[in-house]
Design a protein around this ligand. Structure first.
Ligand SMILES: NC(=O)c1ccc[n+]([C@@H]2O[C@H](COP(=O)([O-])OP(=O)(O)OC[C@H]3O[C@@H](n4cnc5c(N)ncnc54)[C@H](O)[C@@H]3O)[C@@H](O)[C@H]2O)c1
Length: 338
């Protein structure tokens, strides 16, 4: 039975929500993060949320000696590997940094796990491995490709995992392909607050709603979608976090791994998301139509049936919940920074 889980990148957006879900499910958790993209106060917030002390190690997943120490000092049963760089635009400018961090990080981690005799791993992959998916909704069997170094790094990681699992039956790895995680914990204590101008739509909308940014650009209104704007499968981050708990349980139960989509199976357009956020926040969200961005697909949404069948995964939160929890978190984050 898994009792103690190591979360690499556990101070980040999805990692911190997964910490909360694991504590709720009764696990002990150790977080390892280098804080390259996490706020320093996240551990304190998680302590308040969990109502108990938290174990955080500041280290890099590329630091093999630090990983060996973690495995020597704690009885780790399984690892959830979130630690990665995730900005598509930055990956185009710095491909080597992305390969080193994302691919090198996974290899170093799996080597340390092997040396410590820990073979259960949940890996953060992404729907980006489908490239511009031809099949909608997209099943796990759809062809894989990539359109940028970030996506390439995730695809290489998936291939490394498949080859490692094939080489040694002791490995049981859950590869989770996330669609578009949004929203925040219902406590309002943790959420996503990217520094500067956000890459993703929901944090951008949130910053416009709270008055930190003046106007939102909608990239393209001439896609072959009902209102012409891009359609994405948004999933509440707490549903996604629950998917990790279910993945861990499936690894324990089945002794073998899985590759599953984590999405709702329902797509929403940019304009639908803006309207939902305006309702949830009771704010006007000014936007302007801008040219399409290179590499953006018209539509992307998951076929979630394998996650339901293999993990018993079912998303509970709807678009209104995603916007409402994001809004509560944004107001709290703004108050804290004022
Ligand atoms: N957020 C999304 O839209 C999305 C979608 C698909 C997949 N993913 C994947 O999910 C994972 C988590 O994403 P997130 O949105 O929580 O990102 P995030 O940036 O909020 O969290 C990543 C965490 O990893 C840490 N980190 C990065 N490199 C590290 C290293 N070398 N050593 C130790 N810590 C390191 C960062 O400080 C951060 O706390 C990533 O692997 C990402 O690629 C995210």
């Amino acid at each position: 039975m898994t009792q103690c889980v190591l979360l690499t990148g556990g101070a980040g957006y999805i990692g911190s929500h997964t910490y909360a879900a694991l504590v709720d499910a009764g696990y002990d958790v150790v977080i390892l993060d280098n804080f390259s993209n996490a706020a320093r106060d996240v551990p304190n917030r998680l302590e308040v949320l969990a109502g108990r002390g938290i174990h955080v190690i500041e280290a890099d997943v590329l630091d093999r000696a630090a990983l060996d120490t973690v495995f020597a000092d704690h009885r780790i049963d399984a690892v959830i590997h979130f630690a990665a760089l995730k900005s598509v635009g930055e990956s185009v400018r710095k491909p080597l940094v992305y390969m080193q961090n994302n691919v090198g990080g996974l290899v170093t981690l799996m080597q340390a796990m092997e040396a410590a005799g820990v073979y259960r791993l949940v890996f953060s992959s992404s729907a980006t491995v489908y490239g511009e998916a031809e099949q909608l909704p997209t099943p796990e069997t759809a062809p894989l490709s990539y359109g940028n170094p970030y996506g390439h790094s995730k695809l290489i990681c998936e291939q490394i995992i498949a080859e490692t699992v094939a080489s040694d039956p002791r490995w049981a790895v859950g590869v989770l392909r996330y669609f578009n995680p949004v929203g925040a914990h219902t406590s309002g204590l943790i959420g996503e607050d990217p520094a500067g101008v956000p890459d993703n739509l929901m944090p951008y909308v949130a910053k416009v709603a709270v008055g930190e940014l003046p106007v939102l650009s909608v990239f393209g209104d001439d896609y072959p979608t009902p209102d012409g704007t891009g359609v994405r499968d948004y999933i509440h981050v707490s549903d996604l976090a629950e998917g990790h708990v279910l993945s861990l349980k499936a690894l324990e139960r089945d002794g073998t791994g899985h590759v599953v989509n984590l999405g709702t199976g329902r797509g929403y357009s940019v304009l639908e998301l803006i309207a939902a956020y305006a309702r949830a926040s009771n704010r006007h969200i000014p936007y302007k139509i801008a040219p399409r961005r290179a590499g953006d697909a018209a539509s992307s949404y998951a076929d979630p049936s394998r996650a339901r069948a293999l993990l018993g995964f079912e998303a509970k939160y709807d678009l209104h919940d995603m916007c409402r929890t994001s809004w509560v978190w944004m107001q709290n984050a703004k108050k804290a920074s004022d």
